[in-house]
Design a protein around this ligand. Structure first.
Ligand code: 5AD
Ligand code: SF4
Length: 455
């Protein structure tokens, strides 16, 4: 049957959706670009904040209404026959998912997406309201399924999370950490490169913990040529050797993982992009301690300094939470000043949202919504100024850009990204191919993009 996936949340979810698309295609189903052409629609949900979960559940509700001939036709084109929900919100809600969505055909948690083709068969045979919840230690099947559609691919290397930050629901929904064996990851990336993939982004909630809970390298794996002893830098070394692959990115990171070996890997392997997404969450030591982040402001700044000492253009981006329980004006100002000291290239700001079952959910959510909103706006305004200043330092430099395609705003221009994940817009000279490198001299800086000329 024709199918369409609708994805909320982070890159992990984007990757899981891509795997499901590949699995359904392999089972003979046909992916369609427009949801209104699909007979099977699957919503991949996020639950990191209340709003994220509500969007996914609301979307599912609309699809079910359309399936029953109620609601807006735009949500179905009248074709939808099966509606499924997958991902993090399913694991959080458990059987309650059918209280919110009584006519849902199936619901499947994050580490069980490999079951989806089978669940679709069961629905076609007349079953309804099927619930599949993964165990916390489950190893998914179908993780290496890819439907290569561009020169970029995500590759999951670390599942789950054991960090247990006070505010975060992810460990409850994505389970315990599990590092995929390095030989599996290398084989997957090799196969992608053979199919024309130029850039991979390795995924894990705390990707630098790769190989910590369970060994990723097996005793009979070939030794590290460069003498790397830590699992993740050693993985970067092995992936760097793959022909045809041009860039290796990874996300997200914890400052504890910024070891000397990691910095050595950045310096030694030109394919490893000089960008790190390093969520800080707060700049106040008191709040960091309450959050259970296991670093101080000074330790965080030291990690950033280490990366920038080896390359001043190294791009560091972050996530920040405003309005954590008990966050005072002084705590907030600490976050502001940390962001300035770290000189972030980009930042995502989130308003604190209590999640059921987390430690901080027991604390009063005492920062008023308007105050969260104000703090959010202040940090975003600061970041605009900072982004502009950071980008201005790059005017006049020549940057290697991997071409992505025509710019969304102006089709006469093309855009791509430099190694620091910065968007670079330029006018093409002659034909361009997505995934190919071009050298671009930067002539203009904006807070979020660079404009340049092909050299
Ligand atoms: N409330 C607000 N933001 C949150 N994040 C995680 N949990 C919460 C929460 N309960 C943010 C963090 C994380 C990002 C993916 O989402 O900043 O890095
Ligand atoms: Fe959302 Fe977190 Fe799940 Fe990603 S891992 S989809 S951010 S809840």
């Amino acid at each position: 049957m024709t199918f369409h996936l609708h994805t909320y949340g982070c890159q992990m979810n984007v990757r899981d959706s891509e795997a499901v698309e590949a699995l359904l295609s392999a089972a003979g189903h046909v992916r369609v670009e427009n949801e209104s052409d699909a007979e099977l629609v699957i919503v991949n949900s996020c639950t990191v904040r209340d709003m994220a979960e509500r969007k996914a559940v609301g979307k599912c509700g609309n699809l079910i209404a359309a399936k029953q001939g109620r609601g807006r036709v735009s949500e179905s084109g009248g074709r939808v026959k099966i509606v499924g929900l997958m991902g993090c919100a399913v694991k959080r809600m458990g059987a309650d998912v059918f209280k919110s969505l009584p006519n849902l055909d199936f619901a499947v948690g994050p580490r069980r997406f490999g079951a989806i083709p089978r669940l679709v068969e069961r629905c076609l045979a007349g079953e309804k309201r099927i619930l599949e919840l993964p165990d916390d230690d489950e190893v998914p099947t179908g993780m290496d399924a890819h439907g290569v559609t561009s020169f970029q691919s995500f590759v999951t290397v670390l599942l789950g999370c054991d960090n247990r930050c006070s505010y975060c629901i992810v460990p409850d929904v994505r389970g315990h950490e599990y590092s995929r064996p390095a030989r599996e990851v290398v084989a997957e990336v090799r196969a992608l490169a053979a199919r024309g993939v130029k850039e991979v982004c390795l995924l894990g909630q705390s990707v630098l913990r790769y190989g910590k809970r369970n060994p990723a390298w097996l005793p009979d794996d070939p030794p590290s040529p460069g003498g790397y002893t830590e699992a993740f830098p050693r993985l970067l070394e092995a992936l760097s050797a793959i022909d045809g692959l041009k860039r290796i990115r990874f996300t997200s990171a914890h400052p504890k993982g910024c070891t000397d070996e990691l910095v050595r890997a950045y310096a030694e392997f030109p394919k490893v992009c000089r960008h790190l997404h390093l969520p800080v969450q707060s700049g106040s030591d008191r709040v960091l301690r309450e959050m259970g982040r296991h670093y101080t402001r000074a330790e965080y700044l030291a990690a950033v300094a280490k990366l920038r000492a080896f390359d001043p253009e190294f791009a560091v981006t972050t996530d920040v939470i405003v309005g954590y329980p008990g966050e005072t004006e002084a705590d907030f100002e600490e976050t502001r000043s940390l962001m300035e000291e770290a000189g972030f290239d980009n930042a995502f700001v989130f308003k604190y949202s209590p999640r059921p079952g987390t430690r901080s959910a027991a604390l009063p959510d005492d920062v008023p919504t308007e105050e969260k909103e104000r703090r959010d706006q202040v940090l975003l305004a600061d970041q605009q100024v900072r982004g502009q200043a950071r980008n201005e330092r790059l005017v006049g430099t020549v940057r290697e850009v991997l071409v992505e395609g025509p710019s969304l705003r102006n089709a006469a221009r093309w855009s791509g990204r430099d190694g620091g994940n910065r968007i670079v817009v330029f006018e093409p000279k002659g034909p361009l191919v997505a995934g190919e490198p071009v050298n671009v001299r930067i002539v203009e800086a904006h807070p979020q993009i660079l404009v340049g000329e092909v050299v």
